[in-house]
Write a protein that binds this ligand. Structure first.
Ligand SMILES: NC(=O)c1ccc[n+]([C@@H]2O[C@H](COP(=O)([O-])OP(=O)(O)OC[C@H]3O[C@@H](n4cnc5c(N)ncnc54)[C@H](OP(=O)(O)O)[C@@H]3O)[C@@H](O)[C@H]2O)c1
Length: 347
């Protein structure tokens, strides 16, 4: 079985996905019973489409040489939107383009067009989920399509998978989490004597920083994840304005040093708790003991502590983040989709 995929965005995550196919495509096919075939890829320069399948190596080379995938053989500068999606004949849209919280484009437009064309959708980008969660899910329901987005909420932490499957019946009451690697990295670099800018540069090199890193350090990215999780975990329809948000710009080197003296670190923490009328959600810097599950996370490590009635704290942490690990969440969403749809029997 071939699963045909249209990919929008060919940056850290998109290229990471192509690298995974290059290295592990055949192994996935053997283990899970389906071949992942890229039939179209788009970036800002245009697109390249071949319904028979594109070679990931050729895509990566073209991107490096021409700075756009449309430089590859069969590439079409300027090809985008519905016309691009139609030409790909894909089963699933993988949306991994830059995002924003003003109009959520290009992800919102691509997600709507793909659903309209009968495709399922896997989102790594957050904008459309933050601004249009209900509308998106309603559209998917009408089309009998699926929208998966484990890459959009603290990738590659298995947050949704854990909550949806492993915490059934446990009485989820809330969580506290570190969901933004860039802020974590900047705070750590500053506590070790580097500047704020040096911290951002490290995060950019690893590929965890947003295209515009102010979204990370001002807490917007973490707040966006909180909004999506309020919707996904608690069915509560909140927006960015409902999350109390403070970034890390005000945290000083001397505060970080002082925290270190008593065995603590300052971390950007997302908190959410269920209330009678909905949820209470916040993002802000907190002093945490280095012995604490979240306080001990270094660099770009991410973690979540679910608060449950019957199991107490249920924790997941992860050491690696960035383009390839996020691309892996896209791979797992596609195979989970394939299993739920009955496309594969080996899973
Ligand atoms: N990196 C991570 O660790 C991570 C983790 C979770 C989620 N995400 C999300 O995943 C998405 C991609 O992240 P990234 O790190 O790969 O970003 P990135 O390296 O900045 O790449 C963004 C890509 O989007 C493309 N793009 C921008 N506008 C477009 C448009 N109108 N049409 C088609 N393509 C467009 C860019 O094209 P050009 O190459 O032509 O500039 C680029 O290829 C973002 O929404 C991000 O929030 C990232």
């Amino acid at each position: 079985l071939n699963i045909r995929l249209a990919l929008t965005g060919f940056g850290s995550v998109g290229k990471g996905f192509a690298e995974l196919l290059q290295q592990f495509g055949e192994q996935y096919e053997r283990e899970y019973g389906a071949r992942l075939v890229l039939t179209g890829v788009a970036d800002r320069g245009g697109a390249v489409v071949n319904p028979e399948g594109l070679d990931p190596t050729v895509l990566l080379e073209a991107k490096q040489r021409y700075l756009t995938v449309s430089g590859a053989h069969l590439g079409e500068p300027g090809l985008e939107g519905r016309e691009f999606l139609q030409k790909t004949q894909a089963n699933v849209l993988l949306e991994a383009a830059s995002t924003n919280f003003e109009d959520a484009e290009p992800g919102w437009g691509y997600a709507r067009e793909a659903l309209g064309l009968g495709m399922d959708v896997v989102l790594a980008s957050k904008g459309s989920l933050v601004l249009h969660y209900q509308e998106l899910m309603e559209m998917a329901r009408k089309q009998d399509a699926r929208v998966l987005f484990s890459g959009a909420v603290g990738a590659p932490l298995p947050i949704l998978e854990l909550a949806d499957r492993a915490l059934i019946g446990a009485g989820l009451q809330g969580f506290e989490a570190i969901l933004n690697g860039t802020s974590n990295q900047v705070l750590e670099a500053m506590s070790e004597g580097s500047t704020y800018e040096e911290g951002v540069t490290i995060a950019q090199e690893i590929g965890v920083a947003e295209t515009d890193p102010t979204l990370d350090v001002d807490g917007w990215d973490a707040a966006a994840k909180a909004v999506i999780l309020a919707n996904a975990l608690f069915g509560v329809h909140v927006g960015l304005q409902d999350v109390a948000r403070e970034g890390i710009r005000e945290v000083t080197a001397s505060e970080l040093k002082e925290a270190a003296r008593d065995g603590s670190r300052i971390k950007l923490i997302v908190r959410m708790s269920k209330t009678a009328g909905g949820v209470q959600a916040s993002v802000g810097p907190e002093k945490r003991s280095q012995l604490d599950v979240l306080g001990r996370l270094r660099g770009i490590e991410l973690g979540i502590v679910f608060k449950t009635k019957l199991l107490g704290d249920v924790t997941s942490t992860i050491q690696d983040a960035g383009g390839v690990p996020t691309a892996l969440t896209v791979v797992r969403d596609v195979f989970n989709l394939a299993r739920d749809r009955g496309w594969v029997s080996q899973l």
